[in-house]
Ligand binder design. Sequence first.
Ligand code: ADP
Ligand code: ZN
Ligand code: ZN
Length: 672
Amino acid sequence: MFADIILPIPFDSFTYLVPSSMETRVMRGCRVVVPFGKNKIYTGIVRSVHNQAPQGVEAKAIISTLDGHPVVNEQQFTFWQWIASYYMCPLGDVMKAGLPGAMKPTDEKALKAAEKPRAQKATKQQEFETIAPQPLSPAQQTAMDEVVESFQTKNVTLLHGVTSSGKTEIYIHLIDQCLRQGKQVLYLLPEIALTTQITDRLRRFFGEQMGVYHSKFTDAQRLAIYKRQASDNPYPLILGVRSSIFLPFQQLGLIIVDEEHEQSYKQQEPAPRYHARNAAIMLAQQFGAKTLLGTATPSFEIYHWARKGRYGYVQLTQRFRDMQLPIVEVVDAKEAKRKRQMRGAFSPRLIEAMRTALDRHEQVILFQNRRGFSSLIECKQCGWVPRCPHCDVTLTMHKKSATMTCHYCGYTMRIPERCPACEGEKFIDIGTGTEKIEEQITQLFPEATTLRMDLDTAKTRLQHERIIDGFAKHQADILIGTQMVTKGLDFDNVSVVGILDADTMLNLPDFRSYERSFQTFSQVAGRAGRNKTPGLVILQTRSADSDIIRQITQNDYWQMFYTQMTERQMFHYPPFFRLIYVYMRHRDDHLLDHLSDDMAERLRKVFGERVLGPDRPPVARIQSLYIRKIMLKIELNASIDKVRASLMAIQQQMQAMPIAKNLNIYYDVDPL
Ligand code: ADP
Ligand code: ZN
Ligand code: ZN
């Protein structure tokens, strides 16, 4: 007897011999331990059992079995297979993402020892007092009824509701309904939005019916939830991040994807490069379940399909208790600079608004989309700039720790005292990060207290929560942060929000930069406002009279969408075309030039004009590997199966060439 085993490495599966003593325990979905290569051991998942010996090689034997029952069910297999084929990656990569770390150790004894106490810990239950959902407002009730009605005919519905309209209240009612029908619910949130604020809020209603799945949880905690979901007493409700779509479900009735537009739903690195929202729609379909996508600023893809009628569409335009939307004031930073009025990154208008707020004991949020102190330093004398030795980027200066860091690979060095090129001792810093903003505030508002939230200060979940809790309790007057401050936070004492530099986001060389800026600025603006007084947002920009800035200040999603879509259609971008990026990586830049030209030529023979490139991406070397990117723009009605088959065939031709031995090729389907 033989078995095909999926291993946590980038291949689909390998065939192993099943020793006769194990025949009853080697079943599809069970874990086994197998030898690999010269002296490796892997935990794998049995994909199939058969009696066909592999050709040309002798099959190695399975070392041991770990389970008496499958730990991966048929629904999961179907889902894994879909991810692997749609996102063009091997099943092994999907398995790696799909199982908690503790389930696939490379050392069998460690596993056995670790699992026992963990399993016991999992059975310990907490007790929670729960209350009934609060009554909905008339506008919310109407929206809720429309969602329910929409689900009669559509599998997917978009709930487009302004910030603080009560979308979460509607989710709570829908979850309640679904649980009463004996079905399970998955509530997806972007990583950084999954805070204690939202967990506590849902916990109040659903108590111990709810399990939370977070990537910053320990291996043991994640294993416990996985096991619980596979048992006959699973949590009816899972509140989780992107990877929770891989949990075993049994009776899934509804998936809620909150902040549907969030970029972080897409896994960038490593494979599988899946989009959790899109994968969730597939997963729901597999169960005959419904998907509700909620946001104040829909992604173009989803909004487009909602308008075309493929998805249902429900709108909620009122904020709860008629709270008013914030007023957005534009400050012409170019003009202020010309008049020499800027004090660091601050215009007189922003300083004035902040001062007024602070005098009233109100709080302020400042958004700056760059961490660190400055983007780079430069020798004043000769212009020398420190760069990462492994990547094609300049090092970001972090003043407090006196270091320069690569934000791609983590390489860190001390800030040099002298320029290695000319021995000069003076450096100038260029660009403004959150750390520099914090320093400028201590000069402008010496009496104010600040908190900073970015990847440096909020590395762990605990640090992240401390900052949010601290700010909510008014332990600081001003919160400075990157994207992190835009996500699902509810502070009721914030009256002013400052967007320090709108241009860095707007000018990114990306066809989505306007869409993204609109989303980010609306989200961060939504943090301002207290009860009846509307919040004030000060947006500083050098292009004060551009269309996009006008659309942002007027919160005119529709106009922004309309203008951008015309361009997307003209230049064959999503949602009118499907994008696939083909990435090639190699240590040798010249060889990679040659190989990527060769690959692009082969692709052109099949796909013609749909192929663009090869190009060097903006960061063309990461961790000592050079990178090339080839772009494919595919018609929506093209068969994705055929496209994949052609790509795979060409990849095989390439990798059959001896000079391409160390060439790494991978795909990013529907890249963001
Ligand atoms: P959204 O998810 O659209 O941003 P929320 O559901 O967070 O909006 O609602 C904003 C605020 O208003 C929250 O503090 C919430 O508790 C409150 N709220 C919304 N709807 C109701 C309701 N029906 N009853 C009581 N409070 C509500
Ligand atoms: Zn120098
Ligand atoms: Zn680097």
